[in-house]
Every structure is written in C-alpha cells, then in structure tokens.
Ligand binder design. Structure first.
Ligand code: SF4
Length: 255
C-alpha cells in the first residue's frame, strides 16, 4: 500500500510531568540569571563614569569610543586624568589578584590621544530648546552644568569675573600638577559643543534684575574662594598664608 508522507501520523514525545522527575540533575531545568550591576569602580567614581566599558573599548583599541564614553559623564577627562585622586582604583577587584587597573592613567591617555589627533566626539545632543540659561562662574561646576544643559538642548551663556575660564582649576592648582594646555583642551571641548563663555564680566544686582528678560534660569557656580579660618593663634602673621592664596601664588609664578 502506498503511504504518502502526510498520512503518516506525527508522533511527538510528550510528558505531562516536570522534567525534574527525570532525575537528570538541576542542569535540566535551572538557568543562570544575568543581573547587570554597577561595577565597584564606577560606583566609587564621583563622575559615575562607565569604567568597565571604557577599559573594554580601550583594550580593543577603540580609543575614540572610549573617550566618548568618558565624555558622556565627565567633560573634564584631561583634568581628571591628572588630578583626580582616583577612588575608582581603590575599589578595583583586580587588587585581590595583583594590582588595580590603572584607570586614572588610561583616562589621561585617552584625553591626550583625542587632543593629539584632534578627535571630534560624536555625542547625542537633544534638539535645541527655546529656553536660555545663564551660568555664573566658569569653574568646574559652572562649565560642567553648561556642558550637560547644552547636551539637553538648552542654550547656555557662562559669565566669569576672571580674565580666563577654569576657576579653581586654573588659579588654584600648580602647573606641575595640571598643565594649562590640559585644562584648555577640556574647556575648548566644552565650548565646541556650543557653550558661550564670557570672561571679565562681574555679575551684580543689575544683571540679576534683568536676567529674567534674557534667561529662563540662572545657575550659580561661584565656587568657594573665601578661606575657612582655622581660629588658631598666629594665623594672621605676615609669613602665614592660607592654602588658596598660597596655591594661587604658585600658579602665577610668584613663589
Ligand atoms: S580617575 Fe577618572 S574614573 Fe577614576 S574616579 Fe577619577 S574621574 Fe572617575
């Protein structure tokens, strides 16, 4: 008798019981659960950089992509690659094996590579919004705020009383720790995003009274340039200088 393929009954193995009854071991019914967590180094980083990704991209030679990953969280890779006390390395798991991954040095390397090859980051910037924001102070706080607000589509003007932007980074850190070109690289990068910096502008009552006409919000990042006195005898003696004044004098080559 001729039997066509379609007439052959389809038999499928079927069990109405759990595969657990097969006694074949837990591998038959258990699956690993993948749960992505923030790495200890990223958790320790004040800027919250995605360090695992940065290291992975760097290891693959994708330096521009690694640098862009830093810029998503931190507009100051040249600065932080030099002066950050790198708490990220304190929590690195690799220390249990031999020594921490040199996250800080890698950050500096990526910033220097971007500068050497004049790389332009390809970051997502949201469409322009109508609102304009004034930021008072071109130190790390004012410039970072302007950078991220700009990424969100806001038009930002930064006003700085000093003749150059940078705040404490420019005036309070000796050049052997933070060379001026490194700071300028990061500031140029922030400006290239469309942040406008106006120096030599003292913000007073008049500006604030009129700010409502020109701006939708004002951010104050004036810094902490006043010293905290220790309240100990001799602190006002001629030969004694407070820390900020001392650092400024070094920066300006007076010491
Ligand atoms: S060195 Fe860089 S990654 Fe490490 S804590 Fe500082 S800013 Fe974050």
């Amino acid at each position: 008798m001729n039997e066509t393929v379609s007439s052959i009954p389809l038999l499928l193995p079927h069990s109405s019981m759990s595969t657990e009854s097969n006694k074949t071991g837990s591998w038959r019914f258990l699956r690993p659960l993948y749960d992505e967590k923030t790495s200890p180094c990223s958790e320790a980083c004040p800027a919250g950089e995605d360090i695992a990704r940065i290291e992975m991209l760097t290891a693959q030679g994708l330096f521009k992509e690694a640098w862009e990953t830093i810029l998503r969280e931190n507009p100051f890779p040249s600065v932080c690659g030099r002066i950050c006390p790198h708490p990220c390395e304190e929590t690195c798991n690799r220390r249990e094996f031999d020594e921490a991954v040199a996250v800080h040095t890698v950050e500096r390397f990526l910033a220097e590579t971007a500068s050497r090859y004049d790389l332009k980051p390809n970051l997502e910037i949201l469409p322009s919004k109508q609102q304009r924001i004034a930021l008072v102070g071109a130190g790390p706080a004012g410039l970072s705020a302007a950078y991220f607000l700009n990424c969100l589509g806001y038009s930002c003007d930064v006003f700085e009383a000093a003749t150059e932007p940078g705040g404490i980074l420019r005036w309070g850190i000796p050049p052997y720790r933070l060379p001026l070109p490194a700071l300028k690289n990061d500031i140029a990068q922030i400006e290239s995003h469309g942040v406008h910096i106006r120096t030599g502008v003292h913000i007073g009552r008049e500006f604030l009274q009129n700010a409502g006409n020109d701006y939708d919000a004002v951010f104050f990042g004036c810094g902490r340039s006043r010293v905290t006195e220790l309240g100990i005898p001799g602190e006002k003696a001629n030969a004694v200088a407070d820390g900020i004044t001392f650092l400024k004098q070094i920066r300006q080559g007076e010491i």
